[in-house]
Design a protein around this ligand. Structure first.
Ligand code: MG
Length: 458
């Protein structure tokens, strides 16, 4: 790790605590970040991981040494910290979190003054300072200070509530079960829901950085307990957050878990009903569902590379108001152009209250797709050549090559073929109106890919 002059991955700096991400490294990252911000004012906070306070102290030390003043917000959801950076007109922020990764990991995210993660170009500037030892330590009389910043979560929840009809939601007296993964989601969501007049039941809501309840990735296989709890207490809704509460996955009143593309499509539909002609930003990995809704309700899809920072940066550039990912990340621009678990929860309740419908009905009204996934081994050194060949082979089709190769067919079938960023494989994700058709499409391109790889291997 941290080789080839790279610190930042697709979502900040990540590493195994005290193996890759040690206090020494964290001090140096803090000092390099401080050098980048040139003696600015920065907010700092962390999620519930056991290593959070330790790494926070190290990063603060580095930031202060480079002349930055730090405002310590403590433990809070990532979107609450991002909102605080903007509200308090800071130069930026640093968030100690590894999001959905297991408890032995941690990470460092750097936030710009608008609350959005810094761009890849800005990350490179920090990496250059770090690897070229260009840290600018200030003289003894210019060393930064660290102050506490209370009230970050209260301010954040007030801001979220401005974007929904609180009175209408409260009248419904919804019962909601929250699964906070023993992390920072439990500091914001239950309180938000009570302010929205809901009855709240919580599971995995005590803060525990070992994550004893479930893994912090809100994948359906980790959410059985939530689904059971929703049915057991007869709740209207269940919601699960990831480790830093920027992503949310919902369970309907029947205990069915819905993956993020469905809830994003639901938010998209109701957003476009009132904002026809607006842009919707989403990675090419998203379902055709998102495109169908945009077509039906006069929206314009902007496809991006996979990764939440790219979605945020694209929204910022185009002043787009809505973005989303299939993994449960919803970006609501009028609030902030970043993934936001509490905002997503409020939006879903707002739709339920507005329509008077249950979540299961709202989801059942969306177009339905069947998905088939596959993978194929491909040596790292061939990945780029394989992609070139694949682009050449598919150029006559309706194709987008911003990230891998995504092909849309006339009969509502689509396939994304993309090299893995971490393993020597290519992944295929096909969608169609029947399972057989999705399987057939996967088989066809699996074969095609195999031919290309075999020829290039020789
Ligand atoms: Mg996250």
């Amino acid at each position: 790790m941290f080789t080839q002059r790279r610190l930042f991955g697709t979502n900040g700096i990540r590493g195994l605590v005290n193996k890759e991400l040690t206090p020494e490294t964290a001090i140096k990252i803090g000092a390099a970040t401080g050098t980048f911000f040139k003696s600015g004012r920065l907010i700092l906070g962390y999620d519930a991981r056991t290593s959070g306070p330790m790494l926070a102290k190290a990063v603060i030390s580095g930031l202060n040494a480079a002349g930055c003043d730090v405002f310590l917000a403590g433990m809070a959801p990532t979107p609450a910290l991002q909102y605080a950076v903007k509200k308090h007109e800071m130069h930026g922020g640093v968030i100690i979190t590894a999001s959905h990764n297991p408890p032995e990991y941690n990470g460092i995210k750097v936030i710009w003054s608008d609350g959005i993660e810094i761009s890849r170009e800005q990350e490179i500037q920090i990496e250059n300072v770090f690897f070229d030892d260009k840290i600018r330590y200030v003289s003894w009389d210019k060393i930064g200070v660290a102050n506490d910043l209370p009230g970050v979560i209260e301010d954040y929840l007030k801001a979220v509530e401005k974007h929904v009809d609180v009175v209408r939601i409260a009248k419904k007296q919804y019962h909601v079960v929250v699964d906070a993964a023993n992390s920072v989601g439990s500091l914001a969501a239950p309180r938000l829901l009570r302010e929205l007049g809901c009855k709240v039941t919580t599971i995995n809501a005590n803060i525990d950085g070992t994550f004893p309840g479930r893994l912090p990735e809100p994948r359906p296989e980790n959410l059985g307990e939530l689904a059971m709890a929703v049915k057991a207490v007869g709740a209207d809704l269940g919601v699960a957050y990831d480790g830093d509460a920027d992503r949310s996955v919902f369970v309907d009143e029947q205990g069915d878990i819905h993956w993020g593309d469905k809830t994003f499509a639901l938010v998209e539909k109701h957003f476009l009903k009132e904002n026809a002609g607006e842009k919707v930003v989403t990675p090419v990995s998203s379902s055709s569902l998102i495109k169908d809704i945009a077509d039906a309700y006069d929206g314009e899809i902007v496809w991006t590379k996979v990764g939440s920072v790219t979605v945020s940066q694209t929204m910022k550039k185009l002043r787009a108001k809505l973005g989303g990912e299939e993994n449960g990340g919803i970006f609501y621009g009028p609030h902030q152009a970043v993934r936001d678990g509490a905002m997503s929860t409020a939006l879903i309740l707002d739709i339920m209250a507005r329509t008077g419908d249950k979540l299961s009905k709202l989801i059942s009204e969306l177009p339905r797709y069947f998905i088939e996934k596959a993978k194929i081994e491909c040596p790292e050194d061939l990945k780029e050549k394989v992609l070139e060949k694949l682009i050449e082979h598919t150029k006559r089709l309706n194709v987008n090559t911003i990230d891998g190769v995504k092909i849309w067919f006339k009969d509502k079938r689509a396939i994304l073929i993309r090299p893995s960023g971490t393993e020597p494989i290519y992944r295929l994700y096909a969608e169609a109106k029947t399972q057989e058709s999705a399987e057939e499409l996967t088989k066809k391109y699996h074969l095609e890919l195999k031919k290309i790889i075999d020829i290039l291997r020789k």
